[in-house]
Design a protein around this ligand. Structure first.
Ligand code: XMP
Length: 517
């Protein structure tokens, strides 16, 4: 399928393996430039694509002088497309075009002050001195013929350089990370000035194109989809619903490990903006029976995944026939950003419904496959989905099962649902909910001693987890006000029988993960 956006002029990010390569594509999208990330090995194809208006060469962990270091062919430097080299991309460009690199004495990492010497295309309208973020070993010691310095720092003479006549730009620092204060403006300047890209990638245009393409793809067939009440599947289902109307059949499976009152809420929400009611399948008993006695996290995930497929297949068998299965797969789900040597993009099985497409054998409709999470929210707004739903925290497919350490029983699910509900309710009341990327309570497999009235107690401990993040790949623990934590703790211990201790998780990711299992 040609996904919406595939016939737009675009900027391609060639990935050389930096941890933050995907951020470059994302920043371009933020300034309404359609962009894609490809492994550097795809450079020839990218160069030949007439829709590619410019190419960004990302950073990467290698040194240009390493044997077998990632490289591209000389055609790229003769190809006539504007290029922006970032960090490793700069070193590669300067090395290939006849400049000289100095090996690293030691790695420069962290903040630096950039002094702009020549605003040219990249720095026009920005302060002459501005903070940037460095993370590099090697640096450029002598520029290639035709290049001029655009900016320097106290440490390096060529923090940015260009050969504007050929459309070649390079920066040693990372404009894509938030610490580089004017990085977004630089990235926008490259796209709009150096690449002369005028096309605007907007949510309204996306919706119109996606609807037309879904209609085109699906023809007169019927489409089946699973919805979870989360942002991705809701936006996906709404788009498909717009496109095919009552030929969409949306199914919600309650797996028994959802949050308190969640299934009713999801049903109400989806019934209010889809053209037909969803099919709700209450299968909690089946899931809990299969989870009985299981404590290993991966085993829980596998059981939930398999049970989901069984329940979904069984409960939709009589509703067919269907020609297509629609999924809310996003761009980051499809990209294995660190497999830069591998195939152009490794498709991961969507982790919530892993195996479903293979099992059902339907063709896939994936209208969100080129979008980042924040773009899905924008598309959702465009579709009139309420902000309360679009702002919902992510919730894992295996639900509370991976937040109940140890065995998952109906009683333990109910206890955790109540504790979690109090936490989320207080976050909303205090206005903290929207500032937090994801929050929830975890039921620990320990009991500890407490005292209530004159009685010693020996009961469960609950951990609270709240993180700030951009995309869930890295996260920091949220600095929730202590008074709020106190209120949550008091309420949980007073209102949830079986809990006598509440702790707050102060671990960041990495090295911890967001979920405890
Ligand atoms: P971790 O725990 O790996 O989580 O830091 C990162 C994000 O992914 C979510 N997550 C899952 N989502 N199925 C899902 O659909 C899963 O098995 C799963 N495990 C983690 C997690 O909630 C967080 O948003």
């Amino acid at each position: 399928m040609t996904a919406p956006g595939h016939d737009h002029p675009k900027i391609v990010v060639l990935d050389f393996g930096s941890q933050v390569s995907m951020l470059i594509a994302r920043r371009l999208r933020e300034v309404q430039v359609f962009s894609e990330m490809r492994p550097y090995t795809a450079w020839r194809e990218v160069l030949a694509d007439p829709l590619v208006a410019g190419i960004v060469l990302s950073g990467g962990p290698a040194s240009v002088s390493d044997p077998g270091a990632p490289d591209v062919g000389a055609e790229l430097w003769r190809g006539g497309k504007p290029l922006l080299g970032i960090c490793y991309g700069m070193q590669l460009m300067c090395h290939a075009l006849g400049g000289r690199l100095a090996p690293a004495a030691n790695r420069e990492y962290g903040h630096a002050e950039l002094e702009v010497l020549e605003p040219d295309a990249l720095f026009a309208g920005q302060p002459a001195r501005q903070p940037v973020w460095m993370s590099h070993g090697d640096r450029v010691d002598a520029l290639p013929p035709g290049f001029q310095a655009l900016a320097r720092t106290a440490e390096i003479p060529y923090a940015a350089a260009a050969d504007p006549a050929r459309g070649f730009y390079c920066v040693q620092f990372h404009p894509e990370v938030a610490h580089t204060r004017h990085g977004l403006a630089m990235i926008e300047a490259f796209a709009r000035r150096a690449c002369r890209l005028e096309d605007r990638w907007t949510a309204a245009a996306f919706v119109a194109e996606a609807v037309a393409e879904i209609r085109d793809q699906v023809g007169r067939e019927r489409v089946l989809c699973a919805v979870s009440g989360g942002v991705d599947s809701t936006v996906m289902a709404t788009l498909v619903d717009r496109a095919v109307g009552d030929r969409l059949h949306a199914v919600y499976v309650d797996n028994g490990v959802m949050r308190l009152g969640e299934s009713d809420q999801v049903q109400r929400d989806l019934d209010s903006f889809l053209q037909r009611p969803i099919q709700r399948v209450d299968a909690g008993a089946v899931f809990l029976a299969r989870l009985a006695g299981v404590t290993a996290p991966e085993r829980k995930r596998k059981i939930i995944g398999e049970t989901f497929i069984d329940v979904f297949t069984e409960s939709t068998r009589e509703r067919g026939p269907f020609g297509f299965l629609a999924q809310g797969t996003l761009y980051p789900d499809r990209i294995e950003s660190h497999s830069i040597h591998g195939p152009s993009s490794v498709i991961k099985t969507h982790h919530n419904v892993g195996g479903l497409p293979e099992r059902l054998g339907f063709a896939l409709v994936e209208p969100l496959r080129d979008l980042f999470k924040d773009e899905v929210r924008r598309v959702g707004r465009e579709l009139g989905i309420p902000a309360s739903l679009l702002g919902r925290h992510p919730f894992p497919g295996p639900g509370l099962a991976v937040r109940i350490l140890g065995e998952v029983t109906a009683a333990r699910v109910s206890l955790l649902q109540r504790a979690d509900h109090i936490f989320i309710e207080e976050l909303r009341r205090s206005g903290q909910y929207d500032a937090i990327w994801q929050a929830g309570a975890i039921l620990l497999p320990v009991q500890s001693v407490g005292v209530m009235g004159d009685q010693r107690t020996y009961e469960n401990a609950v951990a609270l987890r709240a993180v700030t993040s951009l995309d869930g790949m890295t996260a920091d623990w949220a600095r929730i006000p202590p008074d709020l934590l106190a209120r949550v703790s008091n309420r949980i211990i007073n209102e949830v029988p079986g809990v006598n201790r509440v702790v707050y998780d102060v671990s960041s990711k990495p090295p911890s993960t967001i979920e405890w299992e």
